[in-house]
Design a protein. Structure first.
Length: 154
């Protein structure tokens, strides 16, 4: 009996093999979840797709020496303003921009320091909102709201 107990006792090699299998299975699951939620598509758009993405908008000067990129399409009211999050730029919206523009006026833009806009930092939320308001005013766009994070305007 004693020899059977020692024969079945897990060795360090056995544990390493199980840990390696668990790590590989965890990575495979993480990749599968990312693919299911569209993460790979977002990464492709950010790095590979942005090269293939044709910029249809224009850079508009909002103050001397500082321009932001704005891409407005379609017509109608209200004007929908698309803002990419998590450090992305307007190319993130390219898969749906034309579909939304078929319904109403739709604008996407690159915040300061992102995409085709000038570098730097807008600072806090108030600075980003101010930049967006200045951009829309300079472009002659009049949406009902300047940003999803600010107040409604008439």
């Amino acid at each position: 009996m004693d020899s059977l107990r020692h024969a079945r006792r897990p060795t360090p090699r056995w544990w390493l093999a199980r840990i390696a299998v668990a790590v590989v299975a965890g990575l495979a699951l993480a990749i599968a979840v990312d693919v299911a939620r569209g993460g790979v598509a977002a990464i492709w758009l950010r790095y590979g797709g942005a090269v293939a993405y044709i910029a249809r908008g224009e850079r508009i000067e909002i103050r001397p020496g500082h321009s932001l990129y704005l891409d407005c399409r379609g017509s109608g009211s209200p004007t929908l303003v698309l803002e990419a999050g998590m450090g992305s730029d307007s190319a993130t919206w390219s898969p749906v921009h034309d579909d939304l523009a078929a319904i109403t006026r739709t604008c996407s833009y690159d915040r300061t320091g992102r995409g085709r806009s000038d570098g730097g930092s807008a600072g806090d939320l108030a600075g980003m909102s101010s930049d967006l308001s200045a951009l829309l005013a300079a472009a002659g766009e009049r949406p009902r709201t300047s940003s999803s994070a600010t107040r409604w305007e008439a």
